[in-house]
Design a protein around this ligand. Structure first.
Ligand code: NCD
Length: 322
């Protein structure tokens, strides 16, 4: 397929959001400036009509809580409306054999943008190549990318660390299949001098191709074998779950899950006063709930909230241009 999503290059209006590759640090700065305004709109419960008259289709072929919930809330915070198509394989004409292409052409007739989540990597790009009139936003395509998750992750890191360069991070879990990891490594590579320590079961290491690709983009990657090798006082920890739905069997999943867990002991030994503890969620045992009230834990607070503010800003920029 020859279609490539356009670079943002300071102009968001009408653009598809498929990959972090489309962004520059300047684009991200524009987004985060507006995100601060959106936070005020949401926080003060001031009615907004920024998206009045706009309809966004949320087309989710895979389960979702935060991405679906926050996109829906974002549209509504800004006075717009959504068409919610959850599980189209069961509840739409997809169950009768309708193709992705036809599905996209239909929902673009009803709405001003389509947010799509799909189990197959590359599908968001196909949807963007198919849609003739409306922008497509990738809400997670298989093991590919999850760009809006990365935008909220970067927003959270910048909020807490005050910068997005010269960072030392630790990424743990399913680095082979985790799309949030793949997008975040792309995102971190846009800034200078970032180093990420990678910790995963052997079978779930970042693929060789991804390792090479991200390294060549500029982020320094260091593989470690044990949580004993986590550097002290990193700027952030980014824990992820083993992606059960991408593995070949339940036994395979059971043998790989929860090899590395954030415990009080690990936090005491390795985290610094300013290390933030992140997780895209859902967590399924990777973080001991005793950590939840630690002020450094942001996975159930800042990270979740920023998801809505960043998506409000992104939708406003894509649909209104400001
Ligand atoms: C992630 C996803 O769906 O990729 N969740 C999310 O959107 N916050 C992470 C995951 O499912 O593990």
């Amino acid at each position: 397929m020859s279609f490539e999503p356009q670079k943002i290059n300071g102009k968001f209006k009408g653009k598809d959001i498929i990959s972090l590759d489309q962004f520059s640090p300047k684009d991200i700065a524009i987004l985060f400036k507006l995100t601060k305004k959106m936070k005020k709109i949401a926080y003060n419960a001031r009615p907004s009509s920024i998206l009045a008259g706009k309809i966004v289709t949320l087309l989710f072929y895979e389960p979702s809580s935060r991405t679906f919930g926050s996109f829906g809330a974002s549209v509504k915070q800004l006075g717009g409306q959504t068409v919610d198509i959850l599980n189209p394989q069961v509840f739409s004409s997809v169950s009768k054999g309708e193709s992705l292409e036809d599905t996209i052409r239909v929902f673009e007739a009803y709405s001003d943008a389509i947010v799509i989540r799909h189990p197959v990597a590359g599908t968001a790009k196909i949807a963007a190549a198919t849609a003739k009139h409306v922008p497509i936003i990738n809400a997670g395509d298989g093991i590919g990318e999850h760009p809006t998750q990365t935008l909220l992750d970067l927003c959270t890191i910048e909020e807490k660390d005050g910068k997005l360069d010269n960072l030392t991070g630790v990424m743990v879990g399913d680095l082979l299949n985790g799309r949030t990891v793949h997008s975040l490594l792309r995102g971190l590579s846009l800034y200078k001098n970032n180093t990420v320590y990678l910790l995963s079961p052997n079978e779930l290491k970042l693929s060789k191709e991804d390792h090479q690709k991200f390294s060549s983009l500029g982020v320094k990657l260091i593989e470690i074998e044990s949580d004993k090798n986590i550097p002290k006082n990193a700027d952030f920890w980014y824990w992820t779950r083993v992606q059960k739905e991408r593995l070949k069997s339940l036994e395979n999943y059971e043998s790989l899950k929860n090899k590395f867990i954030v415990t009080k002991d690990l936090v005491e030994k390795k985290a610094g006063k300013k290390t933030i503890i992140m997780h895209p969620l859902p967590r399924v045992g990777e973080i001991d709930p005793v950590i939840d009230d630690d002020p450094r834990a942001v996975y159930l607070s800042a990270q979740v909230r920023n998801g809505m503010y960043v998506r409000m800003a992104l939708l406003s920029l894509i649909l209104k241009g400001s």
